[in-house]
Design a protein around this ligand. Structure first.
Ligand code: 5RP
Length: 220
């Protein structure tokens, strides 16, 4: 089983969490794209979805799933999204696709966060994947200096503007021993829109695809 097959298997395993008659939140990325494709066969069961990015909105609409504004939706029963890294406590690094801010908002507004990924995403310590930080453009240099002070090596994601008009700094060199503290610390820097650490609101279930099928991991 290659990585894409593993992502697809994890995505399809998330269908069992659908709550018939209720809206759901939908994340962003290649694993989520498999989930959206699989949703097509279940669209009669759900009234619509709240999307975390323009890319997912387009894909949902293409298969005929109505996209609803979060402000009109209230609390969502489930949110399904991928991750760049997850630890055994289901704290995540996200934002490889640059949609971290809206993903964080929809995750926060959902009762259950189901994370779908291939098994390479489960790591002992977060931080090998460069941590995405979305910033207001005028704060780019200031935030970059502060991230260096915190021990990171920030790099501007060239030619990329988020759905919110923000820029992304990808921060390598961080060994994220205390994800809660780091999420707070980076999140408090002036000009940061959001940080791709999902520790305060991590996932509730992790569905990991691999050669032996899909494994369900709960937070330790
Ligand atoms: C997008 C994300 C994605 O969930 C993350 O990058 C994983 O992507 P993929 O499913 O393509 O591996 O956080 O902002």
């Amino acid at each position: 089983m290659d990585q894409n097959q593993a992502k697809k298997a994890a995505a399809e395993a998330a269908l069992k969490y659908l709550v018939p008659g209720e809206l759901l939140g939908v994340g962003t990325g290649s694993t989520v794209n498999y989930f959206i494709d699989a949703l097509a066969a279940h669209k009669q069961d759900i009234p619509g979805a709240v999307s975390s990015s323009n890319a997912s909105t387009e894909r949902l609409k293409k298969i005929g799933i109505p996209v609803v504004e979060l402000n009109e939706a209230g609390t969502l029963s489930i949110y399904v999204d991928g991750a760049d890294e997850a630890d055994k406590h289901l704290r995540l690094v996200k934002g490889g696709g640059g949609a971290l801010t809206r993903e964080k908002i929809v995750a926060a507004a959902s009762r259950k966060f189901i994370c779908i990924a291939d098994e390479s995403k489960l790591v002992p310590v977060l931080g090998a994947f460069p941590l995405p930080v979305e910033v207001i453009p005028m704060a780019r240099s200031y935030v970059a200096r502060e991230l260096v002070r915190l021990g990171g090596n920030p790099k501007l994601r060239e030619g990329f503007v988020t759905d919110n008009g923000g820029l992304i700094l990808d921060v390598s060199g961080l060994s994220i021993i205390d994800p809660l503290k780091m999420e707070t610390e980076i999140g408090l820097l002036a000009g940061v829109i959001s940080v791709g650490l999902f520790a305060h609101r991590g996932a509730d279930v992790l569905l990991l695809g691999g050669p032996n099928g899909v494994r369900e991991v709960l937070p330790e």
